[in-house]
Design a binder for this molecule. Structure first.
Ligand code: DHB
Ligand code: MG
Length: 238
């Protein structure tokens, strides 16, 4: 390895993110509109970056996903990426706790022309999830990190063998490895990574990312044994 390689700096990795985005992600007015609408409504700019949105979209297409579950809609940016992947007959169910976010998302998703494919369930995910019926082919977890293990448990119950689960924000600017850090979100992420390692229902890895949003990462898991944690049971039906 050459020792002349530069160390990553925020300017450097943002430039690389911009370059990769420019090179690989086609400009899209509906997605740009969704981000602008989110901004205008005062929602936080914590949606996935375009390259990650496209990764979710490609993962869904790679597995031929027809039913997608998203936990944490925010302004609908990732929802639109996912909705475009499932096809005309596909469905995305997305859960959002904040009524204001859900309203912004509803508009942007409808404006993007994929409204018929997307059901927004407004409410606390822990309360909505027991009302859902699986199986989902792909689950994207991007909500309150404190509840990640609850969401993973529901992903396994509402999934099937082969369901893909993606968990956003598992690095938190490196705070997950700071032993002094006991923030509730960081602890929530640690618990979810430990669950992915120890719970026989999942096989998982994680990738750290440097992008326009900073230093973070995502976990990707395969559901190998769906059902509740007692092992191998069918997904819960309600
Ligand atoms: C936060 C949440 C996210 O889902 C994200 O992608 C980035 C930040 C947050 O709560 O700070
Ligand atoms: Mg996120």
């Amino acid at each position: 390895m050459s020792d002349t390689n530069p160390a990553p700096t925020p300017d450097g990795w943002r430039s690389v993110d911009a370059y990769l985005t420019e090179t690989l992600v086609e400009k899209d007015s509906a997605l740009e509109h969704a981000r602008a609408a989110q901004d205008a409504a005062g929602l936080p700019a914590i949606e996935v970056v375009p390259l990650t949105g496209k990764l979710l979209h490609l993962l869904a297409r790679m597995i031929g996903a027809r039913r997608v579950l998203e936990i944490g809609t925010l302004g609908g940016y990732s929802t639109i990426w996912l909705a475009r992947a499932v096809g005309e007959e596909g469905r995305v169910t997305t859960i959002e706790a904040e009524p204001r976010n859900a309203a912004v998302a509803r508009r942007s998703i409808d404006d993007a022309g994929v409204g018929a494919r997307v059901e927004i369930r407004q409410g606390r995910a822990a309360e909505v999830l027991p009302q859902l019926e699986g199986p989902f082919d792909l689950v994207f977890i991007d909500a309150d990190k404190e509840s990640n293990t609850i969401y993973l448990d529901w992903a396994a119950r509402l999934g099937r063998e082969g369901t893909v689960v993606v968990v956003d924000n598992v690095v938190r600017a490196g705070r997950i490895v700071d032993p002094e850090n006991h923030e509730s979100q960081v602890e929530g992420v640690r618990r979810s990574l430990a669950m992915l390692a120890d719970d026989d229902r999942f096989d998982a890895t994680a990738v750290q990312t440097l992008d326009a949003k900073g230093w973070d990462g995502f976990a990707v898991a395969l559901i190998t044994h769906p059902g509740d944690s007692s092992g191998g049971a069918e997904p819960a039906r309600h």
